[in-house]
Design a protein. Structure first.
Length: 104
């Protein structure tokens, strides 16, 4: 199972992480074995992938994809606004100060 492994960064909402911790705790009690959060997340991912044609699963994938798209779009807009504000204002260095004028 763990012979061919890779590392993944997974960003989750706090409430989702809390739910997974509850599942891990219940599984530990039921199975009388230590069940980590990582084990629960791996199992949930594997089971979710088996349901790739399920309408609820697909709706969840769509909502997350739209949320990521929206977040990236808003970030791009903020970056563009910052660039526009920098171009239209007086020249400043990274600290926000006016550049020093060279003596002649």
């Amino acid at each position: 199972m763990l012979g061919n492994k890779t590392t993944v960064l997974l960003i989750l909402a706090q409430d989702v992480l809390d739910q997974a911790r509850v599942v891990a705790g219940k599984a530990t009690i039921t199975l009388k074995l230590p069940v980590s959060l990582q084990i629960v997340l791996r199992a949930l991912i594997e089971e979710g992938l088996k349901r790739d044609g399920h309408a609820t699963f697909l709706a969840n994938v769509e909502s997350q994809a739209r949320a990521v798209r929206h977040q990236r779009s808003m970030t791009r807009k903020r970056v563009e606004e910052d660039r526009t504000n920098l171009r239209s204002g007086s020249p400043r260095d990274q600290s926000g100060r006016e550049p020093r004028k060279r003596p002649k």
